[in-house]
Design a protein around this ligand. Structure first.
Ligand code: NOJ
Length: 539
């Protein structure tokens, strides 16, 4: 069945569906949220860097795609040492991306299209160019808002503890006057000291600033990191990088962060229209991650266990079950995510476009909220052959190129045309685009019933038209018996099959196919599931 057929069959059913109704209750519980990496989405002024006006001009693409909300990565004033996650002024737009009137116009245009807008907030660290840190460099008396400490060793020549930066190397940098400061990320991103009352006061004010401008929520960067264990104790053994997200660490997932999230929830709830907080948090278990989304804390947390899951049906089933159970215990929706601006695109991780398409249909059939990273709806692969001198990821440069390969998923999007910049903007692109992306552009895929873009459009349309496909309240997910390497689950009126084998698999048809990532053959009684495919069934 083609996507067009499905679309017409659904047209009447979906005509009543609302898109981002501003007063709907619990909109975020099953929302599909599209991540815009602003630098790489669309460039309106020809400087090769995407900007807010570019996003505004391309909003119709997102409305047509059928998402509920847009999450914008940081566009605040920043030296761009870490793609804008180094903020020098939390209340101003970097001239690279426009100005406040562009932010205002973007929010208004999105709302007019029924799309909500979520922005990033970066509370764990500022830029080294933030006025507070500049003052701290000048004057030791102004250092209490950060973590400045004397070093160890006879003349303080050793860092205060053994913590490592997530981007490689020590988490401490020494100033010429002998003091060391903490940066869990790049040296240009000094960690704030959340014990200092001015820090929380300042962030309350920053949140209010953007809420007053009309945004619908925040994606909270490093939501697990703001509070450090008292005394900043050593970890005591090496291999810190492998422990992140799997073991308790003195700088991540400390109890104190929950008090901050509780107070932010109160602040969010004081605004009308269900403004939400989304935690980018790494916790050792699904249960600990669920603590971030208790009813009085944030609304959602990214489910990185799903993102990290290999193409293995048993592992997928376990992650799905454990994620649903953990979030149900706190009465929150589960989130599902396959790609973002920090990881290798899932088409490349899973090894093929077929698997990427299948994984997308699996994700969009699960109860809860789903995150779509820009370009995955085009089936973009990771760009793996960027020249070293084009790369901007600070981790790449801090580990002599062994790590931090986060540029390959950030290459500017292809919109139209056969040659770079493929309609990205009137100039070049800040990262080079590969040859051959013309066939992957939005224009090339639009109207092609076999394209990945039309698959996403059809899936999102169906998600709206089949009441409650994404909604946890619509009923439980039940696993049914299936051949080896095949996952089959049902929800009320609906079934989903995933064949993870590289060969076709035959089984009794669970219903009538309504959407598939690859053509399915069925005589109504049995079905031959194509290799590496996912199919949605009406029952
Ligand atoms: C998580 C963000 O997604 C990533 O891009 C950034 O480098 C770190 N937090 C530090 O802010």
């Amino acid at each position: 069945m083609t996507h067009e057929l499905i679309a017409s069959r659904l047209a009447s059913a979906s005509s009543n569906a609302t898109s981002g109704n501003a007063t709907a209750s619990g909109w975020w519980r099953d929302a599909v949220i599209y991540q815009v990496y602003v630098r790489s989405f669309a460039d309106s002024d020809g400087d090769g860097v995407g900007d807010l006006r570019g996003v505004r001009e391309r909003l119709p693409h997102l409305a047509r795609l059928g998402v509920d909300a847009v999450w914008l990565t940081p566009f605040y004033v920043s030296p761009q040492a870490d793609g804008g996650y180094d903020v020098a002024d939390y209340r101003a737009v970097d001239p690279l991306f426009g100005d406040l009137s562009d932010a205002d116009a973007l929010v208004a245009a999105a709302h007019a299209l029924g799309l909500r807008v979520i922005v990033d907030v970066v509370p764990n660290h500022t830029s080294a160019e933030h006025p507070w840190f500049r003052a701290a460099l000048r004057d030791p008396a102004a250092r209490a808002r950060y973590h400045f400490h004397p070093g160890r060793g006879p003349s303080g020549e050793l860092p205060p503890n053994d913590w490592e930066s997530v981007f490689g190397g020590p988490a401490w940098t020494r100033l010429p006057d002998g003091d060391w400061y903490l940066h869990l990320f790049a040296p240009e991103q000094p960690d704030l000291n959340w014990e200092h009352p001015e820090v929380s006061e300042e962030f309350d004010s920053v949140l209010r600033f953007w809420l007053d401008l009309g945004i619908d929520g925040f994606r909270v960067d490093v939501a697990h990191g703001m509070v450090k264990a008292p005394g900043l104790p050593d970890i005591g053994h090496g291999a810190q990088a492998t422990l992140i997200g799997t073991e308790p660490l003195p700088f991540f997932d400390q109890e104190g962060v929950h008090e901050i999230h509780r107070s932010w929830r109160r602040l969010l709830d004081s605004y009308p229209g269900e403004r939400i907080g989304v935690a980018e948090a790494w916790a050792p278990t699904s249960e600990r991650l669920a603590l971030y989304i208790r009813p009085d804390e944030l609304h959602q947390a990214f489910n990185f266990r799903f993102l990290n899951c290999p193409w293995d049906p048993a592992a997928m089933r376990t992650v799905i079950d454990e994620s649903l159970a953990a979030t149900a215990s706190v009465d929150a929706p589960t989130t599902w995510v396959l790609s973002n601006h920090d990881v290798v695109r899932h088409r490349t991780r899973y090894g093929s476009l077929d698997r990427a398409r299948a994984a997308a249909l699996l994700m969009l059939a699960l109860p809860g909220s789903a995150y779509v990273y820009q370009g995955e709806e085009l089936g973009l692969p990771e760009v793996t052959d960027l020249p070293d001198d084009a790369r901007r990821d600070p981790a790449f440069h801090r580990t002599a190129g062994q790590d931090g390969l986060r540029d390959g998923c950030r290459v500017p999007l292809p919109w139209a045309g056969a040659e770079p910049p493929y309609g990205f903007g009137p100039g070049g692109t800040w990262l080079p685009q590969p040859a051959g992306w013309g066939d992957l552009s939005v224009a090339a895929q639009t109207g092609d019933p076999h394209s990945t873009l039309e698959l996403y459009r059809a899936a999102l349309e169906l998600r709206r038209a089949m009441p409650g496909l994404g909604a946890p309240e619509a009923g439980p997910l039940t696993w049914q018996s299936a051949p080896e390497d095949v996952l089959l689950f049902t929800r009320p009126g609906f079934a989903c099959t995933l064949n993870t084998r590289p060969t076709p698999v035959e089984l009794p048809a669970p219903g009538r196919p309504v959407l598939s990532s690859a053509p399915v053959e069925t005589d109504g009684r049995t079905v031959r599931l194509p290799p590496d495919s996912c199919t949605w069934w009406a029952m």
